[in-house]
Design a protein. Structure first.
Ligand code: ATP
Ligand code: MG
Ligand code: MG
Length: 552
């Protein structure tokens, strides 16, 4: 079976190529509205549209779907372009704006009126929806439905000329008020909005609605396969109605796939915008946000997001993807590519009593256990060191194989040390461990074959201080916006960010460049924050833990 392993869109395309539909062409588009930053759901749509074009020798356009002047902005246009490029996709010279088609869309609207297929309706928006009914209530004809072509043309031109206030008149397609599908009950296609548009300024005071603008923009660009999410399924008949009424020859077709839903996340730009404006996060690129810019700042790689899109696949039924799948994608990528390093989040001082005062030796440490090409680095070893406070227990609980009084452990890539004495302050807090080291164990193994059960990460006593940001999921429930009655923001996880301001990192990390990624041994994958980290004053974001911490 030659279609085995293909998703339903690949099947459609291969069938179209067999039958010669669209002359064998494949032309897709990614059509974001520039009213917010792109999120991980968009990454799925980007990978899908650009991926299909690449696979079948076709083209994919980037179209800024900017027909609503109230919510759109050029900042968003910039961020969208940056994010698509960063993901590794290229629209070449095929970046378009729906607003570039305003003249042509207007001409199409006049044509529809002339064909007797659209009319100017003077009901208010509230009346229009009351007359429209819904799936259980039938629609009723607007009293303006029988206006003549001449009157409609005259009114529509005067709408364009700015004679009327917002919502005074609406242009509606004349389809079927008795249709069982409310979408076909004379949908509005143009409305009056006296609003400044980020690209066309004040040229227009009427704007086309999605159902009219989108399919015709597809047709204008020669799109063959117009892929959108499942909510648009019952609008496909309207899409076809409009292109059939106005376009001769090869017409685009709409196909619907399941949008991405992820656990512990909200995915709508409107909700993400609320979190930004209400300052519940630091911005669109807050590393806890599942925006592409947030994921980038968190340390995700473009390859990991493409891999994620591949893993989840494309289907025709909605599902909820476990956040763990996204984390798996970045873990798998960074496991291969991230150099290893050591950092201590909660430093506990260790004094190696038998190590000469004032002496330092440079240990040569491999940057990756399997990839010699990632090279080595120097880590200084000296009499004073830091280990992780919770790698020591004065009275070790059962199964604790790390450091304890009288016990010996390995310091990663260095020596065995043994705890001889615990120093406390007046309040009884442990302030320092006195240890000895075995010079024969340099590199981490004992020539006498002596075994230790624990290997600890550590940093030298002169290790620079760094800020480390530990992130957890932004929401504390799997589906924060499942209950429409409840405010999703009530489920924000109050512990989603922990800032450790006095972590210590091995000296080589002090000069990390913003965006550099590492595995901190035993702690997870981290990247130097692209905004706040500076060479000499490093700030690290934890991208992901080493293991799925959700199955503790
Ligand atoms: P939002 O509700 O988040 O604002 P949207 O669909 O209104 O999303 P658009 O800017 O119109 O946002 O989206 C551009 C493209 O991305 C559309 O083709 C849409 O189908 C797709 N898309 C948006 N969200 C998702 C998602 N969660 N999963 C897959 N594709 C998505
Ligand atoms: Mg949209
Ligand atoms: Mg939207």
């Amino acid at each position: 079976n030659e279609t085995q392993g293909l998703n339903f869109l690949q099947e459609v395309i291969e069938e179209d190529q067999r039958t010669g539909k669209h002359g064998g062409r494949v032309h897709t588009r990614f059509p974001p509205e520039p009213n917010g930053y792109l999120h991980i759901g968009h990454a799925k749509a980007i990978a899908l549209n650009f991926g299909l074009a690449n696979q079948y020798g076709g083209k994919c356009n980037l179209r800024l779907d900017d027909t609503n002047p109230l919510t759109e902005d050029t900042d968003y246009v910039e961020s969208i372009q940056r994010d698509v490029r960063w993901l590794g996709f290229d629209w070449d010279d095929r970046r378009f704006f729906a607003s570039d088609y305003f003249d042509r869309l207007y001409a199409f609207a006049e044509q529809l009126i002339s064909q007797g297929q659209a009319y100017v309706c003077s009901l208010s928006p509230e009346e229009i929806s009351a007359y429209r009914g819904d799936f259980t209530t039938p629609g009723r004809d607007s009293p303006y439905r029988t206006r003549s072509v001449e009157e409609n043309l005259d009114l529509f031109r005067r709408m364009k000329a700015g004679e009327f206030p917002d919502s005074k008149h609406t242009l509606r397609a004349k389809i079927d008020m008795t249709s069982s599908n409310p979408v076909l009950r004379d949908p509005p296609i143009y409305r009056i909005r006296h609003a400044h548009h980020h690209r066309t300024g004040d040229t227009w005071c009427i704007y086309p609605l999605y159902d009219f603008a989108h399919c015709l923009s597809d047709a204008i660009e020669g799109i063959t396969h117009s892929v959108c999410t499942l909510e648009f399924e019952n609008r496909r008949v309207l899409y076809d109605w409009i292109v059939n009424a106005l376009i001769k020859g090869d017409r685009p077709n709409q196909y619907e796939f399941a949008r991405l839903n992820l656990t512990y996340a909200v995915m709508s730009k409107r909700k993400l915008l609320q979190m930004v404006t209400e300052r519940l996060v630091s911005g669109w690129d807050d590393p806890r946000m599942l925006t592409i810019s947030g994921l980038r700042r968190r340390g995700y790689t473009p390859a990991s997001l493409r891999d994620f899109a591949r893993r989840i696949g494309v289907s025709k039924s909605d599902s909820l993807i476990d956040m763990g799948v996204l984390e798996l994608s970045i873990r798998d990528d960074l496991n291969e590519t991230a150099p290893r390093a050591m950092a201590v989040l909660r430093p506990l001082k260790v004094v190696v009593e038998n190590y000469p005062e004032g002496q330092t030796e440079e240990l040569e440490v491999a940057n990756h256990p399997k990839k010699a090409e990632l090279g080595t680095r120097k880590v200084p070893f000296m009499r004073e060191l830091y280990i992780e406070a919770d790698d020591f227990q004065e009275v070790p609980e059962k199964g604790f194989f790390r450091l304890a009084p009288g016990k010996e452990v390995r310091l990663r890539s260095a020596y065995f040390i043994k705890c001889e004495q615990v120093i406390k302050d007046a309040a009884g807090n442990i302030t320092e461990l006195r240890c000895t080291y075995d010079p024969a164990t340099r590199g981490g193994d004992s020539p006498d074959g002596r075994k230790v059960k624990g290997t600890l990460h550590w940093v030298p006593g002169n290790a620079p201080v760094a800020q480390v940001r530990l992130y957890d999921r932004l929401f504390s429930v799997e589906q924060p916006d499942r209950d429409k009655e409840k405010d999703f923001k009530a489920f924000i996880n109050p512990a989603s960010l922990e800032v450790v301001s006095d972590a210590r990192v091995e000296p080589s990390l002090a000069q990390a460049n913003p965006g550099d990624r590492f595995q901190f041994e035993r702690l997870g994958y981290f990247c130097a924050d692209a905004v706040d980290s500076k060479p000499g004053a490093p700030v690290f974001n934890r991208t992901v833990t080493l293991k799925d911490s959700w199955v503790k």
